[in-house]
Design a binder for this molecule. Sequence first.
Ligand SMILES: CC(C)(COP(=O)(O)OP(=O)(O)OC[C@H]1O[C@@H](n2cnc3c(N)ncnc32)[C@H](O)[C@@H]1OP(=O)(O)O)[C@@H](O)C(=O)NCCC(=O)NCCS
Length: 184
Amino acid sequence: MRGVNVSPARPVVLRDRQPRDLPTLTRWLTDPQAEWRRWDAPYFAAAATNKTMRAYAQYLAQNGPDADERVIDVDGVCVGMVNRSEEEPVGGGWWDLGILIYDPAAWGAGTGTRALRLWVADTFEWTNAHVVTVSTWSGNERMIRAARRVGFRECARVREAYAVRGQRFDSVKLDLLRAEWEAR
Ligand SMILES: CC(C)(COP(=O)(O)OP(=O)(O)OC[C@H]1O[C@@H](n2cnc3c(N)ncnc32)[C@H](O)[C@@H]1OP(=O)(O)O)[C@@H](O)C(=O)NCCC(=O)NCCS
């Protein structure tokens, strides 16, 4: 996937993970130097993230696709993944959404915004979600802006909660109600 060029005109779809995606997924997930690690929860210790990612890649290799985790596909190529998890209590109607595009060469071309929009639509269609959230940190401007563009608004901020590369950043949560989504 290195050097992939995702122009705004190229179609973005969410689809089930397929065996042919595994080499791409494994390579990006298990690369400790991958640029995405500097943006996706970089406040966790690298060693712990390495371990989690290796276990996750193994899980993906051994398990079929899951409705709560889909591949972001551009022109038939896996460029990342979206996922969601239900906050407790189960059945309470609050789902947290995640998104990751692996290759920095593919960032900033609108793919994340479009994938997140599709993921919100999918979540409201296929789950009981009353509200969805995105959880990030104040250094991740691309994530915050993509979420705002889709219709999320900031609902919580813990100031200076995280240390990243010697600087303090806020924990930021954004939310979007089903009613707001349907009114758009
Ligand atoms: C966060 C992520 C999903 C966003 O997807 P993307 O395709 O890069 O983002 P988009 O191109 O849709 O742009 C989103 C917004 O960020 C802005 N943006 C683009 N490049 C930027 C940059 N270098 N700095 C700040 N904002 C930037 C865009 O202008 C856009 O805002 P706008 O609609 O107000 O103009 C993607 O960058 C990514 O996967 N990053 C690494 C992993 C990660 O951070 N995941 C989220 C963890 S919470």
